[in-house]
Ligand binder design. Structure first.
Ligand code: BG6
Length: 475
């Protein structure tokens, strides 16, 4: 048996990591425009405004804004069936609450989508990938305020109408689950998701729960709206999930692991089961957290059940109830898995984790699943022959795709697509670096500001082309 012939092969990119043109054609200031570059040892800094002497990598990205035609032609050459892009909200409503949308911003996304369609590439559009206008954070307090739901829905409506009949796959949010997951204990994760810094919150549990709840309500309402505008729309939401293993068969490790594996799922439950889960409301009650749950929200959960689930998968985690002092900590939390190797950025490499996660999510939700991100961030070197021989990337992707294939063929998981993260090198979200490269396509841009921005296929480009051409037959 082989993968379905309609399997969606492709890749995923996000506006703030590739577009650049941060102040062109009426774009407003967005959250990531004031995040500096960092590296594996230094966090990105988040400023209130742009300061002299710092690099803000989203300013230029990889200049996709001006080069999208050339880039899409390369994706076409690889045989992409689909490309997931994101719309930068601040291009459409620069301040979030502007009376009229910015026509030039809309036009830009219409042009990108038209170019994709001309190249027979199905667009998948994410409406919120860490790109909220900063003015909403400042004026309304971001997702701590119910008013932000209305602003978000107005923006969604503008995009659903502007791309009606052209875009059929929509993603309401990227990785909203990081707002109050264990990742949120750093400023950067709460900032990514909502433009707020964890360390500055007076009552973090309450604030994060409120943001998480309002975003969940916003997502289910957007699902309903998308269907009203075009009954052919298929709407998903993307979650960044890390399967969790117990360190041993000690029941305490198993229990902790189960808790961590499921702690980020309450938002998915709310979006798939037609109601916000009671177990989460009870947990909030025990913690003294108050949520403003209205009758209108309850109806919205019933009416806004997702069509598909997007999963971003990069690594797995290990939980141990009693950590020993000499145990090494892992990037995503917990301790290092002695059976796995890490990437240069400390992310564990675990193809079986992908198969495990696909099974877990399939059995729990019974909805079509798309792997909306997966890939290897690595240092690439241009060899003397002028090429990038990235066999390590090919090896990583081959192992992950073969695990995915087993999940579909042997385990009967309903996985409808695989979108490799960063099919073209772009700015890393966690570190702001160019050095952490994911692409099939090399971009000549460097962290010291040098580079011609020229594009060049790496060895993996031709490998993925072959995978798509044969529909993954030889994986
Ligand atoms: C995902 C995000 O969580 O991880 C992407 O959706 C991000 O935006 C990707 O780029 C990989 O992370 P990084 O830090 O290596 O770019």
């Amino acid at each position: 048996m082989e993968l379905n012939e309609n399997f969606l092969w492709g890749g995923s990119i996000a506006a703030h990591q590739c577009e650049g043109a941060w102040n062109e054609d009426g774009k407003g200031l967005a959250m990531m425009d004031v995040a500096t570059s960092g590296d594996v040892h230094h966090d990105r800094l988040i400023h209130d405004e742009k300061l002299p002497g710092y690099t803000y990598p989203s300013e230029t990205g990889i200049d996709f804004y001006h080069r999208y035609k050339e880039d899409i032609a390369l994706f076409k050459e690889m045989g992409f069936k689909t490309l997931r892009i994101s719309v930068d909200w601040s291009r459409i409503y620069p301040n979030g609450d502007d009376e009229q949308p910015n026509e030039k911003g809309i036009q830009y996304y219409q042009n990108v989508v038209d170019t994709l369609l001309e190249n027979d590439i199905e667009p998948i559009v994410t409406l919120y990938h860490f790109e909220m206008p900063l003015a909403i954070v400042r004026k309304y307090g971001s997702w701590t305020n119910r008013k932000t739901i209305d602003l978000y829905l107005r923006y969604c409506k503008t995009m659903f109408e502007a791309l009606k009949g052209k875009v059929h796959y929509w993603v309401t949010f990227n990785e909203m689950n990081h707002i109050d997951s264990q990742m949120a204990l750093s400023d950067f994760f709460t900032y990514f998701v909502a433009g707020i810094k964890y360390s500055e919150l007076e009552n973090a549990p309450q604030t994060l729960a409120t943001c998480a709840y309002y975003m969940t309500v916003a997502s289910v309402k957007a699902v309903k709206l998308a269907r009203e505008i075009d009954a052919d729309n298929k709407i998903g939401c993307v979650f960044g999930l890390t399967p969790n293993y117990p360190y041993s068969c000690n029941p305490e490790d198993v229990m902790l692991s189960f808790k961590r594996m499921t702690r980020d799922l309450y938002q998915i439950d709310a979006m798939c089961y037609g109601k916000f889960p009671e177990y989460k409301l009870h947990e909030y009650q025990r913690l003294g957290i108050q949520l403003d749950v209205t009758e209108d929200d309850k109806m919205a959960f019933k009416e806004g059940v997702l069509d598909f689930l997007g999963i971003n998968y990069y690594a797995s985690e290990v939980s141990i109830a009693k950590e020993k002092e000499d145990m090494e900590k892992a990037f995503f939390g917990g301790v290092k898995n002695p059976y796995l190797k890490d990437s240069d950025w400390g992310w564990s490499i675990d193809p079986t984790g992908l198969r495990y996660l696909l099974n877990f999510i399939d059995r729990r939700y019974q909805l079509p699943i798309m792997i909306t991100e997966n890939g290897l961030g690595a240092v690439d070197v241009v060899s003397e022959d002028g090429k990038v021989h990235d066999d390590y990337r090919i090896d990583y992707l081959k192992q992950h795709l073969s695990a995915l294939k087993k999940a579909v063929i042997e385990d009967d998981v309903n996985c409808i697509g695989y979108l490799m993260w960063g099919p073209i090198d772009l700015v890393s979200a966690t570190t702001g670096e160019m050095k952490k490269r994911y692409g099939f396509i090399y971009v000549d841009k460097h962290d010291d500001g040098t580079g011609s921005y020229e594009r060049m296929p790496k060895d993996s480009f031709y490998w993925y082309q072959q995978v798509i051409q044969t529909n993954g037959k030889d994986l």
